[in-house]
Design a protein around this ligand. Structure first.
Ligand code: SAM
Ligand code: SF4
Ligand code: SF4
Length: 371
């Protein structure tokens, strides 16, 4: 098929051109990728900056005072994001997650939320709009986020012990302020709230039970995430991964668990309920149990590149289309063309890769495309 290629210059990683197919592909809401997976979930990174330095994501040694973040002009404006989001929604996206970096550091992010909240899915329903945050600014922002149309939040929290937490965020940030942020989110009605805990063997596994006890019975869903080999800077090692199955056994030994069905196709977490009715917990096991088979997530980077997998090295430059004067139909066709060719399934293939390939490959950083 003949294609119009928009040339581009990328400052970060080699980018792929977003090409507009010669034959337009209309948005029907029924787009499928090369493996038959629909497009349902769009994760938008609104900044590559963060006020934390979690060692598994933005280690201080790499993200130091000399690290060059994207200049403001490189970032997609809110209007550009909303314009792209409109086309993604036309292709079937039902859920949008704002992420980063720390999304609450993006100035006036509420304005973007208002624009996204005005969109409707192909079934005429409001989108499910959520945001993943480290919680540091949530106490201040919960009310305005809710007023702008945000429905719920996911807060990342790796432990309750103040010393452990300060060490893990590596900027000496106190856990009490994140807990206050969660409380403010609850008071503002930003629920159901999820709390994500990345478990790193040898670093915070002793926080698993205190976290489970703390959130059980609160209506807040705690989810344990296996430490992943994302990016190239965190020095990931398999022996620092604590498999979800081990985390689950540890919890179940004290607080019996029963399995729950997945709520929706493409659900990342395996859900379990406390047998005594104390609510549920989730396990996100992207290292030990791949869930690529129904992965329906696309990721839009801070500067407008479309990534088809968390572990991709390259993104497709949609900003070049936007800024090159492409029409909405062109953009919709380009997105469709890219998605139709998607065959990524890194987690499924990880175990078949040579031992050094999983952390030797040059991959995009989590702080750049978001979780
Ligand atoms: N700054 C926000 C936060 O921390 O919630 C949003 C961006 S952060 C990149 C999104 C999620 O990715 C967080 O829940 C974080 O814990 C998770 N994450 C980052 N690096 C990870 C890694 N190496 N393995 C597993 N999860 C990771
Ligand atoms: Fe920042 Fe979130 Fe990465 Fe931690 S996980 S460094 S809070 S972007
Ligand atoms: Fe989706 Fe890639 Fe993760 Fe597989 S590895 S579930 S394709 S993001």
């Amino acid at each position: 098929m003949a294609e119009r290629i928009i040339p581009l210059v990328d400052q970060r990683l080699a980018a792929l051109a977003a090409s507009v197919p010669a034959t337009p592909i209309a948005a029907t809401g029924l787009l499928g990728d090369a493996l038959g997976r629909p497009l349902r979930d769009l994760r938008i990174s609104v900044t590559d900056r963060c006020n934390f330095r979690c060692s598994y994501c933005m280690p201080k040694e790499v993200f130091d005072k000399d690290y060059k973040y994207l200049p403001h002009a490189s970032l997609l404006s809110f209007e550009e994001i909303a314009r792209l989001a409109t086309q993604f929604v036309a292709h079937g996206v039902k859920k949008i997650r704002l992420t980063g970096g720390e999304p609450l550091l993006r100035k006036s992010v509420e304005v973007l939320i208002e624009q996204l909240a005005a969109l409707r899915t192909t079934d005429g329903e409001p989108l499910d709009i959520t945001l993943t945050t480290n919680g540091s600014l949530l106490a201040r922002k919960a009310k305005s986020l809710k007023a702008a149309g945000l429905q719920r939040v996911t807060v990342s929290l790796d432990g309750l012990d103040d010393a452990v937490f300060r060490r893990m965020n590596d900027v000496d940030f106190p856990v009490a302020e994140v807990l206050a942020g969660i409380e403010a989110a609850r008071a503002a009605g930003l629920g159901p709230i999820k709390v994500n805990m990345v478990v790193k063997r040898g670093t915070n596994e002793h926080e698993i039970l205190p976290m489970a006890r703390h959130f059980r019975g609160t209506g807040i869903v705690l989810r344990f995430i296996e430490y992943m080999d994302v990016g190239s800077s965190n020095g990931w090692r398999m022996d620092e991964v604590l498999p979800s199955a081990d985390v689950r056994k540890l919890i179940a030994a004290e607080l019996p668990l029963v399995p729950l069905d997945a709520t929706a196709a493409g659900e990342t977490a395996e859900r379990w309920a406390y047998a005594d009715g104390g609510g549920e917990v989730g396990f996100i096991s992207s290292v030990t149990q791949a869930f690529c088979g129904d992965c329906n997530r696309a990721r839009l980077s801070t500067e407008g590149k479309l990534y088809l997998c968390l572990f991709a090295s390259n993104g497709h430059d949609l900003r070049a289309l936007l800024r090159g004067g492409a029409s909405d139909d062109d953009i919709a066709s380009a997105i469709a063309h890219i998605w139709q060719h998607r065959d990524d399934r890194y987690s499924e293939l990880r175990s078949t890769l040579p031992a050094d390939a999983s952390n030797g490959a040059r991959r995009v950083e989590m702080s750049y495309i978001g979780g």
